[in-house]
Write a protein that binds this ligand. Structure first.
Ligand SMILES: *[C@@H]1O[C@H](CO)[C@@H](O)[C@H](O)[C@H]1NC(C)=O
Length: 249
């Protein structure tokens, strides 16, 4: 009994995180700390106006505090309804008006981790390719050379086998940014989302040409390309969710 009174005197003095820790000490502590009055006091410090209501705005103040005190760290995604084996990428690259690369690339070939880049590439590029960020890569076989100063453009469409529809990822964008420390040239385009997602915008598809580090003297030796959606999607599931939201026609 004495112990219970001490706890009831001490709990109102605690910060929310400590009160939450107390709840995992034992059954008695949990039952006492569950008293919504303590949580109402904590909520009143953080959001005084919501405590002016006669009844809590949610089920309990404890729930309110637990939910909004901290930003949710990681959201769990439901499994995406698309899979890489449903997808096909149509990639075309031109220098000026000459088509230099044109292939149908099955989804599983682009999927992360299916290809190890060659030896002899610069460290900055290797660290980039090995970083955990989600990126899809494709080797260029045979490799091709691009003369410095030529305009190189790219189109990427993606098809899905489940519904036989196609969406546009990149509509003739130019590789106009060259990252000389990482030996890659970048192009992007904004994704077009389905009208079912009217408030989503500003998310880009990025594509890079990857160069060997002896690329100089006016010629880039391209050994691969990379496709990513680093503005928004950083795992395979996130990429598949994002693709599923496109304006499929
Ligand atoms: C692609 O770009 C062309 C020219 O800029 C434009 O006319 C066309 O509407 C674009 N297509 C799509 C699907 O965005």
């Amino acid at each position: 009994m004495a112990c219970e009174e001490i706890l009831k005197a001490v709990f109102p003095l605690l910060e929310g995180r400590d009160l939450a820790t107390c709840m995992s000490v034992c059954k008695q502590w949990r039952e006492i700390a569950q008293d919504d009055y303590f949580w109402k006091c904590l909520c009143a410090k953080r959001w005084p106006s919501i405590c002016k209501q006669s009844s809590p705005a949610t089920l309990t103040y404890h729930k309110l505090f637990k939910t909004f005190y901290r930003r949710q760290q990681s959201r769990t995604f439901l499994p995406p309804c698309l899979s890489f084996s449903d997808l096909e990428f149509y990639i075309d690259i031109w220098t000026e008006e000459k088509l230099i690369f044109s292939e149908v690339v099955p989804g599983p070939v682009l999927q992360k981790g299916k290809w190890a880049p060659p030896t002899g590439i610069c460290d900055v590029l290797r660290f980039h390719l090995e970083s955990p960020d989600y990126k899809m890569t494709l080797p260029m076989q045979p490799r091709f050379n691009i003369p410095l100063g030529e305009t190189v453009s790219v189109s990427v469409l993606v098809g899905r086998k489940d519904s036989k529809k196609v969406a546009c990822l990149i509509n003739k964008s130019v590789f106009d940014y060259i990252d000389r420390s990482a030996y890659r040239a970048l192009a992007f385009d904004y994704l077009d989302f389905s009208p079912a997602h009217p408030f989503v915008s500003g998310i880009r598809a990025w594509i890079s040409l990857l160069f060997m580090d002896h690329s100089h003297e006016g010629v880039f030796d391209v050994f691969g390309i990379e496709l990513d959606f680093c503005d928004a999607a950083n795992s395979e599931d996130q990429v598949l969710w994002l693709l599923d939201m496109l304006d499929w026609k």
